[in-house]
Ligand binder design. Structure first.
Ligand code: IMP
Ligand code: MG
Length: 179
């Protein structure tokens, strides 16, 4: 820690506990599925996905895709485009999209529509964070870690122009914080 670190918004221990709870629910819900296919959305979800997948007690496989929006880092939103596609064919598979944060909902809306066209056996989403106040598109989040207000958060995979991604906790540099 240095004096310049973001303020703690969600502590490491709270994240660990919540990820464990999510993994428990997911493991129960997919207990009868032959395989759960986790689809991580790069880059923000990679740390969350690593912890979540290790806490699951059911068979699972992992793939990634990457998206970008035409918005800027601090003002996301706008048309979303696929930068890197999956390596696997998801037809007939039980797919769980793993996202870091749902803000406007544009990214998740785009991804769920895109992946649904490929004929998965089931398609659900798990997001660590959600900012309901920022929603432009109504999206369903099947498994959600924490609802947060409209603040820019960093750490645990989330970045501010590549900064602070590796912080073990979720923090913020914005002035007032009312979680
Ligand atoms: P969307 O607005 O729901 O499409 O979210 C777009 C993307 O913006 C998310 O997947 C994140 O990668 C990023 N994002 C949104 N809010 C934050 C934040 O507070 N910190 C870091 N990244 C964010
Ligand atoms: Mg993301």
């Amino acid at each position: 820690m240095t004096g310049d670190d973001p303020k703690v918004f969600i502590a490491e221990e709270a994240i660990r506990r919540r990820v464990g709870e999510l993994a428990h629910s997911i493991s129960q819900d997919y207990a009868k599925a032959e395989n759960l296919h986790l689809v991580g959305v790069l880059r923000g979800s990679f740390i969350f996905l690593a912890d979540l997948s290790r806490a699951l007690t059911i068979p699972r496989s992992v793939d990634f895709l990457a998206v970008a929006s035409y918005g800027t880092a601090v003002a996301p939103g706008g048309p979303v485009r696929l930068i890197t596609d999956l390596r696997t064919d998801i037809a007939g598979r039980h797919v769980l999209v793993v996202e870091d944060i749902v803000d406007t909902g544009d990214t998740l809306d785009y991804l769920m529509s895109l992946l649904a066209l490929r004929g998965p056996a089931s398609l659900k989403c798990c997001a660590l964070l959600s900012k309901p106040a920022c929603r432009k598109k109504e999206v369903r989040i099947d498994y959600m870690g924490f609802e947060i207000p409209d603040v820019w958060v960093v750490g645990y995979g989330l970045d501010d122009m590549e900064r602070d991604r590796a912080l073990p906790y979720i923090g913020t540099r914005s002035g007032k914080v009312t979680a």
